[in-house]
Design a protein around this ligand. Structure first.
Ligand code: S3P
Length: 436
């Protein structure tokens, strides 16, 4: 594979509408499949992860069609799933695998779930422990990794105090609870994204009544790359339309504002077709300063940490990201992938291990320099390094960016469409006016 080449960007300007939120889309597919009517999902992102969930439900007997960004799902009711003829392969989609385990915990047939190389290395114990306690029979590869075989039925409700802050685990338990006798309660020490709870509300809880149409707002995790690029590349101005502004997901916006970023939410509305807050976000370049991120904030920006590391590398002063240990068990070990890459580009970044967990410490530098870096097969590492490459002096080579299709297949085309020119020309563009 040829490396992807990034040259320094002059400025970014224009407006973008982003594909639907990945987390919300998984939940929309699942609850639509379990309701007993047709549901239309608008602005559905045709990325590898969401397609893995859609295909899994096809194997479970749920008909669906996908045209451009619209999906029709013909739900068959809570007990309408059928035993698939062969194992379900979930590619490297952790959300698909963990949430599906919750649904399958309620089925009376057994299913084998298999995963790609990276997902097969990610921990499943966090989800199999509570589901077993609810009554599911689960067999997995030694150490509790995929492939996993699950047979459900006869579930009972549980009160579960979450040992890790994970929305995927919480969601798996809540989905299993739809099939359980008695009450289920999940107790979180640190709140995590609440899309399952919101989606259950629009399906009228256990009634699972389809709302007919659901609009999926733009993905805030994808928006974060534009927020950082727009902040660190001088003379930039980017308007991000219709993005999800769920408070359990907006940690990166808050942190960037603390860093001095010029990010303003325009036209915020509560979207009736998805029960999620949504709005337009305007980003303009500014001088950033260092920031402290506390452990409590981590779940609200967990997926944005790689690109925030890029921002902190170019900010004035010191940044400390506390309690970031969960980054070790993402698509790749993102502490390693990002520190290795950013160090090659001249960043001053280190990891410190204390009793309370791991922290990342970054002392901002004047500038980054182009280097040969690696995506480690991880979509968010790849996109973060593209942003870093645009901000750096010289040329950056990224070994393989095909992994970007996991969440945002069109990322490179979209970000390049905002590029007014490459810095080599040395021009400064006029500031563009804001037009909502
Ligand atoms: C997700 C939850 C988070 C996040 C992942 C999507 C979800 O994972 O990192 O990208 O949709 O519930 P954890 O539950 O492992 O924290």
């Amino acid at each position: 594979m040829k490396p992807f080449v990034v040259k320094p960007a002059g400025a970014f300007s224009g407006r973008v509408s982003l594909p639907g939120d990945k987390s919300i889309s998984h939940r929309a597919v699942i609850l639509s499949a379990l309701s007993s009517a047709k549901t239309t999902l608008e602005n559905f992102p045709a990325n590898d992860d969401c397609l893995a969930t859609l295909k899994a439900f096809r194997q479970l007997g749920i008909r669906s069609t996908l045209k451009k960004s619209e999906v029709l799902i013909y739900g068959k009711g809570l007990f309408g799933l059928k035993k698939p003829g062969r194992p379900i392969y979930l590619t490297d989609s952790g959300t698909s695998l963990r949430l599906l385990l919750g649904v399958l915990a309620g089925q009376r047939f057994s299913v084998r779930l298999t995963a790609g190389k990276s997902l097969s290395r990610r921990p499943m114990k966090r989800v199999t422990i509570p589901l077993r306690r609810m009554g599911a029979e689960i067999k997995s590869r030694m150490g509790e990794f995929a492939p996993i075989t699950i047979k459900g039925g006869n579930l009972k409700g549980i009160i579960y105090k979450m040992p890790v802050a994970s929305a995927q685990v919480k969601s798996a338990i809540l989905l299993a609870a739809l099939y359980a006798k008695g009450k289920t309660r999940v107790i979180e020490a640190i709140p995590t994204r609440d899309h399952t709870e919101r989606m259950l509300k629009i399906f009228k809880g256990k009634m699972l009544k389809s709302p007919g149409k659901i609009y999926i707002p733009g993905d805030i995790s994808s928006a974060a790359f534009f927020m950082v690029a727009g902040s660190i590349i001088p003379c930039s101005k980017i308007l991000i339309k219709n993005v999800s502004l769920n408070p359990t997901r907006t940690g990166a916006v808050k942190v960037l504002k603390r860093m001095g970023a010029c990010i303003n939410v325009k036209c915020q509305m509560s979207n009736v077709k998805c029960a999620e807050p949504i709005g337009d976000v305007l980003v303009e370049s500014s001088k950033l300063k260092g920031v402290r991120i506390s452990k409590m904030e981590i779940p609200s920006l967990i997926d944005e940490l790689p690109v925030l590391m890029v921002a902190a590398s170019l900010a004035r002063g010191k940044s400390v990201f506390e309690g970031v240990g969960e980054l070790r068990v993402k698509e790749t070990d993102r502490i390693r992938s990002m520190t290795e890459n950013l160090k090659k580009m001249g960043a001053d970044i280190r990891v410190s291990k204390v009793k309370a967990g791991e922290s990342i410490i970054i002392n901002g530098v004047k500038g980054l320099k182009g280097a040969r870096v690696k995506s480690f097969g991880d979509h968010r590492t790849a996109m973060s390094m593209i942003v870093a490459g645009f901000a750096a002096k010289g040329t950056t080579h990224i070994d393989d960016v095909s992994c970007i299709s996991k969440s945002f297949p069109d990322f490179i085309r979209v970000i390049k469409s905002l590029l007014t020119f490459y810095l080599t020309r040395g021009l400064i563009p006029d500031r563009i006016p804001y037009t909502p």
